[in-house]
Ligand binder design. Structure first.
Ligand code: RTP
Ligand code: MG
Length: 141
């Protein structure tokens, strides 16, 4: 399987719960390496642009409010099949439907406060990594 990069966000609820380290351990235990990482406070423009594909959805306003409610950790994960592997580790969008042992089952409260984001395709990963990181902020491993 090819080595890929994917964009991960540890969302405001998980940062507030002080579980950044526990979530990062899940990635590392699964063979994903963190090759870029920073903590940032998003504003409406940055969060809205990130989720532009959902602009017309009824939950867009709530999504942007939530994502700007506190700091987030944005990171690039690298490894074999990283995009699908991260989606598997995250679990379903709604934590009530997320499989046992996934990040969302263990750390998320609701469909809004659902702990993590992960790119859902190679096209999304490419756009999302570039949305947050310059090439020289990503460290080759
Ligand atoms: P994400 O983009 O954050 O990784 O989540 P996802 O792929 O699992 O879900 P997506 O469909 O891309 O939705 C983005 C975020 O919007 C919120 N959402 N709310 N109320 C709703 O029906 C609803 N659907 C989605 C979630 O917080 C989801 O993570
Ligand atoms: Mg998504």
């Amino acid at each position: 399987m090819a080595v890929e990069r994917t964009l991960s966000i540890i969302k405001p609820d998980a940062v507030a719960k002080n579980v950044i380290g526990q979530i990062n351990a899940r990635f590392e235990e699964a063979g994903l390496s963190i090759v870029a990482m920073k903590m940032v406070q998003l504003d409406d423009e940055k969060a809205g642009g990130f989720y532009a594909e959902h602009k017309e959805r009824p939950f867009f306003g709530d999504l942007v409010s939530f994502m700007t409610s506190g700091p987030v950790v944005v990171q690039v994960l690298e490894g074999e099949g990283a995009i699908a592997k991260n989606r598997d580790l995250m679990g379903a969008t709604n934590p009530q439907e997320a499989a046992a042992g996934t990040i969302r089952a263990d750390f998320a409260q609701s469909i809004d406060a659902n702990a993590v984001h992960g790119s859902d395709s190679s096209a999304s990963a490419e756009r999302e990594v570039a949305y947050f990181f310059a090439a020289d902020e990503i460290c080759a491993r």
